[in-house]
Write a protein that binds this ligand. Structure first.
Ligand SMILES: [Zn+2]
Length: 221
């Protein structure tokens, strides 16, 4: 019996903790996490036909095209369907545009449901989080906030990343809001909002409760 597929698109501004939330969802629930960044890298390192196209595009300094990203996601979803893996997919980094959303609807066919979960964080909070974080110059560990003069546990110096400036945060937030508005318009009543303010443990708890509410099964411990 072929169970139908549930696809959950995880959205949130930069610094919302999406990566951590996705990782913990995979630990606690019977879900598959699909990150387009990871998938694109896997195609490249696997030297697949798609991977070679991606590599050429990146070498030319261009952005990977919509159609190429969609093809990679389609390959991943088809694999999940045929491999008998959990039928709930948490999609991270895709779709980003209405065109991609339409492609996703098309290539996943009718036998599936698509929902969007937005981790909501006010812009001022996003800026404060990103501008407050520091990275170790030695081991590259990232700290959410630091005391003056604090050093990494490895002894390294903690500095601000060069692309964590007020200007770039503004640009990243704009990009995010454009994407979020387009997807909310496309998916409308299939969009759930999660309050993303507070410690990551609390934010995760809210997302986990939402997943339980959808009837998604927890992994047996
Ligand atoms: Zn360090």
């Amino acid at each position: 019996m072929l169970e139908s597929l549930l696809i959950i698109i995880l959205l949130g501004p930069p610094g919302a903790g999406k990566g951590t939330v996705a990782q913990r969802l995979v630990e606690d629930f019977e879900v598959q996490h699909m990150s387009t960044g990871d998938m694109l890298r896997a195609e490249v390192s696997g030297r697949t036909e798609l991977g070679k196209q991606i590599e050429d595009t990146v070498k030319e300094g261009k952005l990977v095209e919509d159609t190429l990203v969609s093809a990679v996601v389609k390959t991943g979803i088809d694999k999940i369907r045929t491999d008998g893996l959990p039928k709930v997919i948490v999609l991270d980094g895709y779709p980003r545009t209405e065109d991609q959303a339409r492609s996703l609807s098309e290539f996943t066919g009718r036998d599936r449901k698509i929902l969007v979960v937005v981790i909501d964080v006010p812009d001022e909070e996003v800026s404060a989080r990103i501008l407050g974080r520091r990275i170790c110059t030695v081991c590259k560990k990232v700290y959410g906030s630091v005391e003056p003069g604090q050093r990494c546990t490895c002894g390294g110096e903690l500095i601000q990343r060069s692309d964590d400036t007020e200007e770039t945060v503004k640009v990243r937030l704009n990009t995010y809001h454009t994407q979020q508005a387009a997807l909310s318009q496309y998916y409308r009543e299939r969009v759930g909002q999660i309050n993303g303010v507070g410690p990551i443990n609390e934010v995760y708890k809210r997302v986990a409760d939402y997943f339980l509410g959808l009837g998604i099964k927890k992994r047996r411990q």
